[in-house]
Ligand binder design. Structure first.
Ligand code: NAD
Ligand code: UFG
Length: 336
């Protein structure tokens, strides 16, 4: 079976390619490298010892997509490609709407044209907005997104639902990720954001490596056990395995299926700092700052549906996540 992975050079896409190749799927990647490097392809090959077919190009490029679908017998598409920086999306809404919506629309129309009707889409817990009840179930209301990035995820979910109504032959799995952290145990692939990171774990790693002096903790007055924000952190390898489970679903059943991918456990910012310090034997300096605009106090998943319908259950714990995040930095520091 051949899987087209859009955005396969990125953080989650690269880990998913590894899991797919390991299980014997053929993988074709398209990525325009706007937020990743070509070298990731060589690293995936190094981990698995198998070749991977790579096209450097934009998913908005209809001609290129048609040529890929004509050349390879694609069975399923996993659509990771997209821009994902929340703050940047507020400053560059048009670029975000254009990239994330246009690429999806072009992809879906080429899929329809080429009669490939199985797709897994990367959505986000951000579609729940400020959820009133935790753990968050897939049936919780969506909407109230606080930035253009989140709104693109919501719009694509609507587009996919409408497509399924119009063409019931489509099989669509929408995965709402919670907070992916960690890296492959080889240290060859991981989260490598350009510039100053927005997200907690890459920021902590930069403090640990002394590239940044201290972590800014955005608020210690939330109604949580220690006042800091609580999130559902999931190891990226678990997340990748979740895609393999979703693949098994999408080849079997028609319609739209939505799943949370998380662990079901909420950790505070202090929990993460303490785990990181303990596991890696490094002190993380921090300062308490104002709350960050758009942040919610507590966000963690009800993971029952993914377990019952996909047989998916995250197996890595917080120790693995903080260890592997730092290991990725250490391995790459040695190679540079
Ligand atoms: P990433 O930026 O590491 O990977 C995305 C990849 O897509 C990059 O390699 C980028 O070069 C590529 N890309 C972007 N636009 C493209 C286009 N038009 N054509 C071709 N390639 C393009 O991000 P990630 O963390 O791996 O996230 C993957 C997906 O999951 C994204 O859609 C993201 O919005 C979603 N998601 C991520 C998180 C998270 O915390 N990392 C949480 C929820 C959802
Ligand atoms: N935080 C800090 N300091 C930092 C960065 C984060 O204190 O420098 C705190 C935040 O306030 C929050 C927690 O750490 O309480 C996690 O923040 P992240 O930025 O790592 O993650 P978010 O939950 O804000 O958002 C992430 C992705 C979104 C996605 C969402 C849900 O960035 O794209 O998870 O999946 F939508």
């Amino acid at each position: 079976m051949t899987v087209l992975v859009t955005g396969g050079c990125g953080y989650i896409g690269s880990h998913t390619c590894v899991e797919l190749l390991e299980l014997g799927y053929d993988v074709v990647v398209i990525d325009n490298l706007v937020n990743s490097k070509r070298e990731v392809i060589d690293r995936i090959t190094k981990i698995i010892g198998k070749e991977i077919i790579f096209y450097e190009g934009n998913v908005q490029d209809e001609k290129l997509l048609i040529s890929i679908f004509n050349k390879h017998r694609i069975d399923v598409v996993i659509h990771f490609a997209g821009l994902k920086a929340v703050g940047e999306s507020v400053k560059m809404p048009l670029e975000y709407y254009q990239n994330n919506l246009d690429s999806t629309l072009v992809l879906l129309s080429v899929m329809k044209e080429c009669d490939v009707k199985k797709i897994i889409f990367s959505s986000s817990a951000t579609v729940y907005g400020n959820a009133k009840i935790v753990p968050i179930k897939e049936t919780s209301p969506v909407g109230g997104t606080t930035n253009p990035y989140g709104t693109t995820k919501l719009f694509v979910e609507h587009i996919l639902q409408d497509l399924s109504i119009a063409d019931p032959n489509f099989s669509i799995v929408i995965l709402r990720y919670f907070n992916p952290i960690g890296a492959h145990k080889s240290g060859l692939i991981g989260d490598n954001p350009n510039g100053v990171p927005n997200n907690l774990m890459p920021y902590i790693v930069k403090v640990a490596s002394k590239e940044l002096e201290y972590l800014n903790i955005f608020g210690n007055d939330y109604p949580t056990k220690d006042g800091t924000g609580v999130r559902d952190y999931i190891h990226v390898v678990d997340l990748a395995i979740g895609h393999v489970k979703a693949l098994e679903k999408v080849v079997k059943d028609k319609g739209v299926f939505i799943y949370n991918l998380g662990t079901g456990i909420g950790y505070s910012v202090f929990d993460i700092i303490e785990a990181f310090e303990r596991e890696n034997d490094i002190k993380i300096l921090y300062k308490i700052k104002e709350r960050r605009d758009g942040d919610v106090a507590i966000c963690y998943a009800d993971v029952t549906k993914a377990y019952e319908e996909l047989g998916f259950k995250a197996k890595f714990g917080i120790k693995d996540m903080v260890r592997d995040s730092y290991n990725f930095y250490l391995k790459n520091r040695i190679e540079e």
